[in-house]
Design a protein around this ligand. Sequence first.
Ligand code: PMM
Length: 287
Amino acid sequence: MSPRHPSGLPEDLGKLERPLVIGVLNVTPDSFSDGGKHYELSSALAHGIHLFRGGADIIDVGGESTRPGATPVDAQVELSRVLPVVSALVAADVHVSIDTMKAEVAREAVAAGACLVNDVSGGLFDPAMYPTVAGLDVPYVLMHWRGHGAVMNQLAVYDDVAGEVMSEVNDRLQAAIAGGVDPDSIVIDPGLGFAKEVDDNWQVLHHLNDFVDLGYPVLIGASRKRFLGALLADGAGQSRAFAERDAATDAVSALAAAAGVWGVRVHNVKAAVDSVLVGRAWARGRQ
Ligand code: PMM
């Protein structure tokens, strides 16, 4: 069975019978794997179109780096980075999601045509997020989060990481629904790399079926993350370079698709589309 799509998704995407591939477009000077690369509007737009032509179903535009130690930015700075890119991609008929923790940025981006709100804080950062999203009629990605990049490494303390992440996601789900968010519009995400040590991510992935069994569409963002760099470290313990983590990312995408996730968020979309098709066929025993 294909995973259920969240309500509010554009009609053409809602017809897809495979996990969605969401392409990463960070318009920041300091994101962990592509910071600075697409900071200018023209290069952001060109990369967004490149991802779209490569098969991305949605381009996820973010204007604030979430990496450990990153400097927080205010809503005006974030808006000045993302809005021109969102508008230009929407004008080119590309589906766009907005990666933000701020209600104001979410609202403005959706007004400019974004079709999904991706909130890495799961509503913990901005108390206005749930009431705002409740009025927007677009899917809402609620990710597991414990704190901003400046402190998140200190917050990676667990007795049972998969169980605690699941229970914290459940708490956020209840809060979002109580705050007016339509449960059918929610996508959950265990937040790989966010307040998680290297092996914590593998524990979460080992229990991915339990997240899927919660009954909400699940999104996974493993792309090029530190836990993959560590897995692929060389003999001297040197982490694998960002751009050389894509084959491992694709393996995670295939396995996640086989486990029944709704979508994967990746930098290299072309191979990810193949990967989710493999995972889905594997799980179904047919094409
Ligand atoms: N990871 C990053 C940013 N946004 N959103 C969701 N829903 N899930 C993620 O795992 C996630 C995210 C950080 O990665 P990046 O710096 O490559 O964008």
